[in-house]
Design a protein around this ligand. Structure first.
Ligand code: BES
Ligand code: MN
Ligand code: MN
Length: 454
């Protein structure tokens, strides 16, 4: 037989197994799901061992374990490092789900459930490609290391530190990451850049205790007003971030890269309609794709404090917390930007309040050369399997480990995702298009054959 035939014959079982994985609510950010996250790791561990791979759980202090597996049977042969994540985002607002988030449900060709696309469905597709070789031929066409983490959705804090100290263990020739999507249905893409992320919490404290706003309004500092002023002051009217030197390390994409983006099918009207907005705000002088892929930005995600319940309560709260993040682009560094951000925030603090900035997550941006050999090999197999030449694009989202593969392991990463742009990542009704699951498996199989020594 062949690995591809094996995969075709076992399609239905692959889907059933994926459903089992999707039933485990491995929400990494919520402490009440800690045991579930661990269960997902153990499930994957058992699964990889069952395939005959040497596998272990690597504990991370105060965090969720890494699932690590390997098969290094070809002395001197090339080694690929596959990466994915088994943790998922919270499900709120849960009332918006048509079927329960952890009861995977098939509607048409789409499998609905939290993590179906991001990233359980895709990383499981990679595992099923490995199974197809191992069960059909008894061995893999190249040396394989598998790294599946449980903290990607919280910024990969543990694995980012771990990899600095264990670079030898995961040494490889190239990496493969399936944690993304096609550019559009029917149009696959290979990703040449990811934005980085610096995610912070800004706490603003005013009076030592909550106050009656009638008694003290006008004389007491108000942390809600203060944090609103801080957030407002971080961007100017032209959509530029006001932090000094924020843009100084930003590298402009080449004219060639920009020209290739101009040729992509993209219609501003369609984009606005899809988002349900009348105009796109943002930095003037840049196209929407440039703003999403090659420009850094800053967004607030929520403000908690004071009175947000129904009705009115006349209070000046003692404190308020805002979540603020920045998407970063090459060659910005999260560490450098954090210091500049802290300085700017304290300058924007109004009299009478105290401000504290806490870093919740950070990851550097990365670029991947489209001419790297494993990327070129991927281009060919994607064309074969998907029936269309893949386009080269960047991605506005972040996968923190990829910058580490570049900087610590010094290897290129093939970023090929087989989700769809409307998979509802991080949102209610996340789904995974199952035909893409099977094509994704086939893509990995053919790519391994191509880059392997078989
Ligand atoms: N898979 C996504 C990143 C992504 C999104 C890739 C869309 C391609 C298309 C990843 O799981 C993710 O959500 N990353 C977070 C990282 C953060 C928490 C450090 C992100 O980008 O917000
Ligand atoms: Mn993901
Ligand atoms: Mn995600």
């Amino acid at each position: 037989m062949s690995a591809s035939t094996y995969a075709q014959q076992h399609r239905d079982r692959f889907v059933e197994e994926l459903k089992t994985l999707l039933r485990i609510p491995s929400v990494s950010t919520l402490p009440q799901h800690q045991d579930d996250v661990r269960r997902a790791a153990e499930w994957l561990l058992a699964h990889l061992r069952d395939l005959g791979m040497t596998a272990e759980l690597i504990p991370l202090e105060g965090g969720h374990p890494i699932v690590y597996a390997q098969s290094l049977h070809l002395a001197g042969g090339p080694t690929v490092l596959f990466y994915g994540h088994y943790d998922v985002q919270p499900v709120d607002p849960v009332s918006e789900w048509t079927s329960p988030p952890f009861e995977p449900t098939l509607r048409g060709d789409d499998l609905y459930g939290r993590g179906a696309s991001d990233d359980k469905g895709q990383v499981f597709g990679v595992i099923k490609a490995l199974e197809s070789f191992l069960r059909d031929e008894g061995r893999l066409p190249l040396n394989v290391k598998v790294l599946i983490e449980g903290e990607e959705e919280i910024g990969s804090p543990g694995i980012s530190r771990w990899i600095e100290r264990h670079a030898r263990k995961v040494a490889c020739d190239f990496a493969w990451v399936s944690d993304g999507q096609l550019y559009a249905k029917g149009l696959p893409c290979l990703v040449t850049g990811l934005r980085g992320l610096l995610y912070t919490e800004v706490e603003v404290r005013g009076p030592s205790h909550d106050l009656h706003s009638g008694q003290h309004g006008g004389a007491a500092p108000n942390p809600v007003n203060a944090v609103a002023a801080i957030i407002a002051g971080l961007k100017d009217r032209r959509g530029r971030v006001t932090i000094p030197r924020f843009y100084s390390a930003v590298r402009e994409p080449s004219g060639e890269e920009k020209a290739s983006w101009e040729r992509l099918p993209f219609r501003e009207e369609d984009y606005l309609r899809e988002l349900g907005i009348p105009v796109s705000p943002g930095e003037q002088g840049y196209s929407i794709l440039e703003r999403r892929w090659a420009r850094p930005t800053l967004d607030a995600h929520g403000i908690a404090g004071g009175w947000t319940g129904a009705g009115s309560k006349t209070v000046i709260p003692a404190k308020v917390v805002a979540k603020v993040s920045m998407r970063l682009v090459p060659d910005q560094r999260a560490k450098t930007i954090l210091r500049a951000f802290e300085k700017k925030v304290s300058k924007l603090a109004s009299p009478g309040v105290e401000v504290e900035v806490r870093e919740l997550a950070g990851g550097d941006p990365v670029l991947i050369s489209p001419t790297a050999a494993p990327v070129q090999a991927a281009m060919r197999v994607v064309r074969e399997v998907w029936g269309a030449d893949p386009v080269f694009v960047r991605e506005g989202g972040s996968i923190p480990i990829v910058a580490k593969f570049d900087r610590v392991l010094k290897v290129p990463t093939v970023l090929f995702g087989f989700g769809l742009p409307d998979d509802n990542l991080h949102a209610p009704n996340e789904k995974f298009h199952l035909p893409n699951f099977h094509k994704g498996i086939e893509t990995v199989i053919r790519w391994m054959e191509r880059v392997g020594t078989k």
